[in-house]
Design a protein around this ligand. Structure first.
Ligand code: URP
Length: 358
């Protein structure tokens, strides 16, 4: 089989996992991508878990109750992921809260922010990681108490040993529609870290970063074999882009990409406007789920449901990254030095675009 003929197949998951998912009222799907068997490297088989979910309680419920309900929900889904042999699990963007940034109000929403190092959600994820021998990627609203008490949109990466391996921050903050996140936090300042885990090298490109090819590229240049894209995005805005962007990034960077989106509608206590002359409203719009995994050869899994909570389990052979790289050679043929030079010139205030005129 040539790596280019790699297609996914259905993964045999234990029936007790399907029973538990059905009892817990969430969808469970499993697929596997294959790679060619090599002579000198053993297959590097790992299982990824992608979780999409709605917020179980209304947004006007007390903050701690909402967070606790989300912890319980995720705990139940992670139990099933463990039954399915998942090695690395990733939750959706800002998973411990409703996506309240549309409101532009500070309280109570900023009360969902926590320390990435030792907040209650990180402690909860450390327990999950230890219990299930699983790497946990936990995207939260971070409050950095050591540095001015400021907020960030952060993903905490917890090793399967239970140790906090590190954190990465959202590099691109949207200024589109009701995504008023710039009211709360700034563009990330940690660059493009890649985390070496027991199950491969991973990176996290948070939501709006998926529209920026250079953001994907930099994680890949730092060696990411799997790039997660935990998101919160709504139908009218981005559903036409969703199937293309993470998939294209997997192709362009010879890596696997995991696109995750929340589901359902969220209503807020106070009306807000969208600055478009339309009436004030209390809802954000429809988060359309559809989480999926794309492989470096361009194949992809089907998406999870548009409207149900779900767990997508995908088995990867990480050897596929190098196999596709050897065929297409984008890393080798990319003219990075030329782009770097030209970009360095283009960002100067006195730059004149190179347009050749008659
Ligand atoms: N959460 C977030 O960055 N959403 C922006 C909209 C999008 O990128 O689809």
């Amino acid at each position: 089989m040539s790596p280019l003929s790699c297609l996914f197949r259905k993964l045999d998951l234990p029936s007790r996992a399907f029973e538990a998912a059905s009892k817990g009222d969430f969808e469970l799907q499993g697929y596997a991508f294959q790679a060619v068997t090599e002579q000198q490297r053993r297959p590097r088989i790992v299982r990824m878990g992608l979780v999409q979910n709605r917020t179980p309680l209304p947004a006007d419920t007390p903050v701690v109750k909402q967070v606790t309900a989300l912890h319980r929900r995720i705990e139940a889904i992670v139990e099933v992921a463990a039954m399915c042999g998942v090695n690395i699990i990733c939750f959706q963007e800002a998973w411990t809260m409703p996506f309240a940034f549309c409101t532009r109000e500070k309280l109570p929403w900023t009360e969902f922010a926590e320390s990435a190092e030792d907040g209650p959600t990180t402690k909860f994820c450390q327990e999950l990681a230890r219990k299930h021998d699983m790497v946990v990627v936990s995207p939260i609203l971070e409050r950095d108490t050591e540095h001015g008490d400021i907020l960030w949109n952060t993903a905490v990466v917890i090793s399967n040993s239970g140790a906090v391996l590190g954190k990465t921050r959202k590099n691109h903050i949207p200024r589109v529609g009701d995504f008023n996140e710039s009211t709360y936090y700034m563009e990330g300042n940690l660059g493009h870290p890649v985390f070496q885990t027991q199950f491969g090298r991973i990176a996290v490109n948070i939501c709006y970063g998926r529209h920026h090819p250079l953001n994907w590229l930099m994680y890949s240049i730092n060696g990411a074999e799997v790039i997660f894209n935990p998101s919160a995005t709504i139908g009218v805005l981005s559903e036409s882009l969703w199937p293309i962007e993470a998939r294209n990034a997997a192709i362009a960077n010879h890596c696997f990409t995991c696109a995750i989106n929340r589901v359902g509608e969220e209503f807020f206590p106070n009306e807000f406007t969208s600055g478009d002359g339309k009436k004030a409203h209390r809802d954000f719009g429809y988060f359309y789920g559809s989480s999926y995994v794309a492989a470096p050869d361009g194949s992809r899994t089907p998406g999870l449901s548009r409207n149900r909570d779900g767990l997508l389990v995908t088995e990867l052979d990480l050897n596929l990254c190098r196999q596709v790289n050897d065929i297409w050679g984008f890393k080798m043929t990319g003219r990075y030095e030329m782009y770097a030079r030209e970009l360095a010139e283009a960002v100067q205030p006195n730059y004149s675009p190179k347009i050749v005129k008659e």
